[in-house]
Design a protein around this ligand. Structure first.
Ligand code: FES
Length: 116
């Protein structure tokens, strides 16, 4: 189910924002250098902090990535895998689309959006 989460202008270029969805915190990224958007769980699996939306967006071998702002573990924005080879740290990713200046994330139907 596609959920309107914010306006394009609400998210800084090559930066992120946190979207609350039920118990989940989703990290939404506006990767202007690639003209694309990505969404993944905001909770870093290294020590469980919900900080990835404040991470540093970059590139790893031609793929977009985010580096956690706390200890710099990096994750692929396309598929959520840990770029240091820690296979059990894979993050859930979500499809994103933009229509008429509005950003939508495809999220599981059973969740309910909380205040952000
Ligand atoms: S909390 Fe993200 S790398 Fe440590």
């Amino acid at each position: 189910m596609w959920i309107a989460v914010c306006k394009v202008d609400d998210v800084p270029g090559d930066g992120g924002a946190c979207i609350k969805w039920g118990e989940k915190h989703i990290a939404l990224f506006n990767v202007t250098s690639r003209d694309d958007w990505y969404a993944m769980d905001n909770r870093c699996p290294h020590d469980g902090q919900t900080v990835l939306a404040r991470g540093i967006v970059g590139d790893a071998g031609g793929s977009p990535k985010v580096a956690c702002p706390l200890h710099k573990n990096s994750f692929c924005l396309k598929d959520g895998r840990h770029l240091g080879g820690q296979d059990d740290w894979r993050l859930t990713t979500y499809p994103v689309k933009v229509e008429g200046g509005q950003v939508f994330i495809e999220l599981p139907e059973e969740k309910h959006r909380g205040a952000s």
